[in-house]
Design a protein around this ligand. Structure first.
Ligand code: NAD
Ligand code: UDP
Length: 338
């Protein structure tokens, strides 16, 4: 059993990870400033798990509050989800993204040093691979080239910071998890992705079109060099992703370890839309639009390293993810707002 500080724990991936941590017998404690989430999500976690999660509402950049908490609790590990994640917004507000994502991480690392917290699991992204140098993407594939937005750069820069930090503190356990495309929701329908405003990502947009919240999906280009011309991504069920964190926590090692969390399979936009149509039982209206600036054609993971070293593999299918996303969307048309 580990006592785990979960930064950004009220968010999409954080809440699903809380459920899996509690199920595995761990004790999570959440910090979140609710900039992109609501406390209702944590009430839902309690409903699913039958256990309350301690929650502190403050900004992770607030070093005084963070040090007070870390001094009062004897944390075994930190899972660091907190961060801003909207690609388009990061282009418009780069300083906000660098300030929030980098400063919060630096504040956290300083507190981990001061309070002797041995282990960190960090939410990175497949976006660090930029323009893929090879497919499937391996953890050893080239990173940092062709990054087209400040959000992606914050992930790359933080990975570099973590490598420097680990070199100076070789006793620390640092695990970098590079998520591919998280989708779906908890099968209970009680928690899921709750975008504020128009969704930036494909699947929540499709879910809102299916629910009649938005009139139609615009497919960002159908002239890519892919089997049907639309972009190909590696969509991973958020519950599988959450379990990857529990696997990392259960297999500690000093130094920096980096793992892809993906399925290993590429799925096109057209295939993803068809899977969602099957789940919701009716057609999804769409039109073909231009390519989205900065998009790549194809991105999917080699997921073998996490299997070999953490004993973790994604087990849920695209169909299950769409069914679970549809259950969440149809049972909570306003998300966590009631
Ligand atoms: P999310 O926005 O739902 O969750 C992030 C949480 O962090 C939110 O609850 C937000 O309120 C909180 N937060 C942000 N800045 C904070 C700060 N300074 N102090 C305290 N709390 C703060 O996002 P998510 O989808 O759950 O993503 C979690 C992490 O995974 C993020 O770091 C994200 O960049 C990364 N990631 C997400 C995806 C994805 O597609 N969802 C893909 C790759 C990586
Ligand atoms: N996409 C789309 N319409 C949308 C949103 C996304 O056609 O409204 C496409 C996008 O161009 C990409 C795929 O869906 O090919 C996945 O996009 P998402 O933003 O979800 O993930 P990312 O591109 O960041 O991997």
């Amino acid at each position: 059993m580990a006592k785990v500080l979960v930064t950004g724990g009220a968010g999409y991936i954080g809440t699903h990870t809380l459920v899996e941590l509690l199920a595995a017998g761990h004790e999570p404690i959440v910090i979140d400033n609710l900039v992109n989430s609501s406390a209702e999500s944590l009430k839902r976690v309690a409903k699913i798990s039958g256990q309350e999660v301690a929650f502190y509402k403050f900004d992770l950049c607030d070093s005084e509050k963070l040090n007070d908490l870390c001094g009062a609790e004897n944390f075994d590990a930190v899972i660091h989800f907190a961060g801003l994640k909207a690609v388009g917004e990061s282009v418009a507000k780069p300083l906000e993204y660098y300030q929030n994502n980098l400063q919060s991480t630096l504040t956290l690392l300083a507190a981990m040093e001061k309070h002797h917290i041995p282990s960190l699991i960090f939410s990175s992204s497949a976006t660090v691979y930029g323009d893929p140098s090879e497919l499937p993407l391996k953890e050893t594939s080239r990173v940092g080239v062709g990054l087209t937005n400040p959000y992606g750069k914050t992930k790359y820069f933080i990975e570099e910071i973590l490598r420097d930090w680990s070199a100076a503190h070789p006793d620390k356990q640092v695990t970098i998890l590079r998520y591919f495309n998280p989708i779906g929701a908890h099968p209970s329908g009680l928690i899921g992705e709750d975008p504020q405003g128009p969704p930036n990502n494909l699947m929540p947009y499709v879910a809102q079109v299916a629910a009649g919240v938005r009139p139609e999906l615009t497919i960002n280009g159908n002239d890519y060099d892919t089997p049907d011309g639309t972009g190909v991504r590696d969509y991973i069920h958020v519950v599988d992703l959450a379990r990857g964190h529990v696997a990392a926590l259960s297999n500690p090692a000093t130094g920096v370890r980096t793992y892809n969390l993906g399925t290993g399979k590429g799925v096109s936009v057209m295939e993803a839309v068809a899977a969602f149509e099957k789940a919701c039982g009716h057609p999804i209206a769409y039109k073909i639009g231009p390519r989205r600036a900065g998009d790549i054609a194809t991105c999917y993971a080699s997921a073998d390293l996490a299997a070999a070293e953490l004993g973790w593999r994604a087990t849920k299918t695209l169909d299950e993810a769409c069914q679970d996303a549809w259950r969440w969307q149809s049972q909570n048309p306003q998300g966590f707002r009631q």
